[in-house]
Design a protein. Structure first.
Ligand SMILES: NC(=O)c1ccc[n+]([C@@H]2O[C@H](COP(=O)([O-])OP(=O)(O)OC[C@H]3O[C@@H](n4cnc5c(N)ncnc54)[C@H](OP(=O)(O)O)[C@@H]3O)[C@@H](O)[C@H]2O)c1
Length: 306
């Protein structure tokens, strides 16, 4: 495993993190094995959200920490708040603070290392968010703050009032879902790929030392599921297979290596709950794609380049 110092923090994090969204329907024993495997592979970063499995994911993880209190100090734990299932979004001070208190109880921890705002709340007042962050920080419940699915201006607006640096923006990003990369390479073209749908979030985050975490690294979309072996991504799977053969890894490993190859030091958040897939995914650390291979994969996903 490789580690990076997250800019503006004292956190030394594994290049690859484990996302805990899909553990909700597992048993405590299964989650224990997954967490142990992740730690054995050198993963020290675990991503949660209050809503994963309606709180069940955090609860199961908390059960594992009850069994293994010694794990906590080896871990960097991140959770998110702000999505209200069935109702949409709530960035009010009271809601944010209450969410964190509930997450801490479920996770069986005194603090989380990082708190992210999960999705923008159109009615969110950055002054109120900043006040919530301040209370959480001063009460030693959250060490660092970030966002997910936020545009550059949304981040700047929040940062105007927030006394703590916004250190993370967690975004959907994969070879297939590469909107933030597409627009930059197709600038000033008439094609749909040139459309700026995120306000230049990739370069904004790089300019401001905000680490981009990639979610759904092997998913085409919620509806389509994984693009690995998907019939609609035949060409991509051919190129993935050829590179997988060359590097003696799996196609998914190559897809993750594609993200690691980008100079923005993107941190992939793995969604697998399979011990085998986890082990295979981490091998991406040792795959250094050439520039040509990176572009071959990009083109094989069906996107043009000018
Ligand atoms: N911020 C946000 O809005 C947001 C949204 C969604 C997710 N997330 C975070 O991102 C994490 C990952 O998201 P995700 O689960 O959608 O992404 P993913 O890593 O693309 O996983 C999607 C599916 O692909 C399969 N898969 C994963 N790795 C594989 C491999 N190496 N080989 C074969 N199949 C593989 C998994 O099934 P198997 O279990 O069978 O391997 C999983 O069901 C979540 O756990 C969560 O922490 C954040």
């Amino acid at each position: 495993m490789e580690y990076i110092q997250l800019p503006k923090t004292d956190l030394n994090v594994s290049r690859i993190a484990l996302g805990c969204m899909r553990i909700a329907d597992k048993s405590v024993d299964e989650v224990e094995m997954l967490v142990k495997k992740a730690l054995d592979l050198g993963i020290n970063f675990f991503d949660h959200a209050d809503i994963y499995g309606g709180g069940k994911s955090e609860e199961l993880f908390g059960e594992v920490l009850k069994r293994h209190p010694e794990y906590r100090e080896k871990m960097i734990i991140q959770t998110k708040c702000g999505i209200v299932p069935g109702k949409r979004y709530d960035f009010s001070k009271e809601y944010i603070i209450n969410c964190v208190n509930e997450s801490l109880k479920r996770l069986n921890v005194d603090y989380v290392d990082i708190l992210l705002l999960h999705r923008p709340d159109a009615l969110g007042d950055p002054r109120e968010v900043a006040a919530a962050f301040q209370e959480l920080y001063e009460n030693h419940k959250v060490r660092y703050f970030g966002v997910s699915n936020h545009t550059p201006y949304q981040i700047q607006l929040l940062q105007k009032y927030c006394p703590y640096p916004i250190i993370i923006n967690q975004l959907q990003l994969s070879i297939v879902h590469s909107v933030m990369i597409d627009s930059g390479m197709n600038m000033n073209m008439k094609e749909v790929w040139a459309q700026d749908k995120d306000g230049g979030v990739l370069d904004f985050c790089r300019l401001n030392d905000i680490t981009i975490q990639a979610w759904s690294v092997v998913q085409a979309s919620w509806a389509e599921g994984s693009f690995i072996d998907h019939p609609d991504y035949k060409k991509l799977n051919e190129v993935l297979a050829a590179l997988a053969k060359e590097y003696h890894v799996t196609k998914a490993t190559i897809a993750i290596a594609w993200l690691l190859r980008h100079p923005a030091m993107i941190q992939p958040i793995l969604g697998t709950t399979s011990l085998q897939h986890l082990e295979e995914s981490v091998q991406a650390i040792d795959v250094h794609l050439t520039r040509q291979q990176w572009y071959d994969l990009y083109l094989a996903s069906g996107k043009p380049l000018p």
